[in-house]
Design a protein around this ligand. Sequence first.
Ligand code: ATP
Ligand code: LTN
Length: 339
Amino acid sequence: MQEQNNIQEPKKRMLSGIQPSGDLHLGNYLGAIKNWADRVNDYECYYFMADLHTITVRQDPADLRRRSINQLAQYIACGLDPEKNVLFLQSHVPAHSQLAWVLNCYTMFGELSRMTQFKDKSAKYANNINAGLFTYPVLMAADILLYQPDYVPVGEDQKQHVEICRDIAQRFNSIYGDVFKIPEPLIAKTGARIYGLTTPDAKMSKSIPDGCVFLMDSPDDIRRKFKRAVTDSDTEHCVRFDKENKPGVSNLMNIYATLTGKTIPEIEQEFEGKGYGVFKPAVGEVVVEHLRPIREEAERLMKDKAYLNDVYIAGAEKASYIAGKTLRKVYKKVGFYQI
Ligand code: ATP
Ligand code: LTN
């Protein structure tokens, strides 16, 4: 019976990527990768390292190379089995750059100017506001549309980019017919926005290493970071969810909830009358234990470059096959002469 259903309804397709522009952290994991790993059995999944995107900001070439292979090891250690998912490096599939050029011509200057990430990054990297930073969302739209996915699981900060991708696809389809599937962003209910442990008003990000918990951090580093987490300045000192007045505590509760599956009221009850001195190390310990097997497996895989290279080669082949089909269709529709 089950088998019959599978035959009638092909699995929905899912695609996402992360830039290898820094080491993966708890925000990437809870906002994105954990949701990918939780769904591998129910969807046909494509996950990639967005290395083309990283050079919108200057990168050290040796670091970029090292992180591109280490990130693959970390994806696999997080539960993305290369036998069940297509894992690949964006620059290994030329169709991404090729489709991006075409889509550039169907994307408006005005809509790109409204992108929050462009505004943030051009303020942050004011001496290098390059054209790639501006057209970043077009390359991202190409990444997505090539694979005709149903869903794009990302953290909340990427929602605007998935929305512009939908707009570009709809514009293209309205001219040429149904070329692209219109994808939906998939944003987790908990973990979609993790804040820095020392900056509870800014998202956890590798660019603020102080309050950022990296997947490869040692247990002692993680414990130390949670002990020093900013809570709040009121005198109440009770574990209560209140994003407005207690952003630090609420962030820690969100992390705890996402990793344990407990609800916010259950957590409030668990720590009733216990204060932050008990709560902060408890969250730290849950994180340490959750990340321990991931770190150990990633360390093992990072030493096996031959295996990682094989995964990349197989991933690029499978991805190129699907991406090539869409690209050929697009080239034909816009009128490029076919031979
Ligand atoms: P940067 O700080 O350089 O912008 P980043 O650390 O935010 O980078 P990205 O490569 O931009 O990492 O994000 C990869 C994925 O992780 C995206 O789906 C993004 O939405 C998600 N993500 C990143 N930071 C967080 C966070 N703090 N909370 C939840 N999800 C996050
Ligand atoms: N911009 C994304 C990375 C990214 C991506 C994508 C995510 C590049 N291409 C396609 C989903 C789908 C980010 O995480 N900063």
